[in-house]
Design a protein. Sequence first.
Length: 391
Amino acid sequence: MSAYSSTVRAMIDYLEPVLEFVSDAEAGGAASKAGGSDFQFGNPQEMPLPEIQQALTKWAAPQDKDWFAYKFSDPKAIQVTVDSLRKHIGIDIDPKDVSMTTGAFGGLASTLRAVLDPGDEVIYLSPPWFFYVPMILANAAKAVRVDFEPPKFELPVDAIRRAITARTRAIIVNTPHNPSGRVLTPDELQRLAAVLKAAARPIYLLSDESYNRITYDGRPHVSPLRFYDRSFLIYTYGKTLVAPGQRIGYIAMPPTMPDREELRGAIFVAQAVTGYAYPNAVMQYAVGDLEKASVDVAALQRRRDRLISALAEMGYETVTPEGTFYILVRSPLSDDLAFTRRLASENVFVLPGRLFELPGWFRISLTGNDDMVDRALPGFERALKQEHVVR
């Protein structure tokens, strides 16, 4: 008899490429060695923003006996969120419709648990974030894949319509999209909303907006909440602050959400049984100060432009991101893992596309610092010029 449940086995099978890669001493695990250029994940490669330490130090000092008691969603943190949503997406959210979470991870897991029954279907867009499918499987639901078409990564509305069945209960949409960097347009979101509204069964839209404050070239971000009533906005401060280990975010429902009073209770219970998916007390107290801090988006854009220009001049095909931390690059070898290993031999560490359902591509994280870029560019060029690479 297996030591794992069938559900856990299915999740392990899905994540196996990721688990193998991060433990691969040649391609993945060596990224932290001295002198390496680590572009694999969205981890910070420079010292954290000083505002984070200042906020945590300030709010760690207890002000009453309950300072570190159990916390659900702190009212002051919720008010910060409501004010922020009014500013960033232009919707007045009822404070009762906001739940503070342990980042987008806790928000997505809790929302899925709140709305899914066993046997339901959830549409996700590929290439996806690694954990969408395992979280769907964890709820005894079926993950239904719909592919973006590279290199444009336009929202495949017609394919989504064809994927909807009588069992479809939810769809996960990520804008700006990791890993392509596409920012979905109002026209795309309106067409998607029309398809979802026409479905025979009510469908919930989970809008993963983890990168909604990291957009380039003055491009505005528009939330799906503006077009579709049955939407949940899920946000994390971890990307804006480049501090994924200090986990705080939220789930927000629009005032037009049907049955929102019932959903409030469902999300509250889901957060508790998911593993107490509420942020710790200090993070909630500090969120008003953390709201004012941000990674230097202009610096990320300059790094993006430099890398894309240099890689294109070498002969690489790239996708110019409109947001997020990432650049997608087509692998010169059809075997993207093999080319990832070739780059690793040059002390350049990237993420192979097969880890996120996009074989033949690799991803560069812009959180790698400028010194890493300086060291990496000659390595990119040498890897491309090896005689058995076919351009």
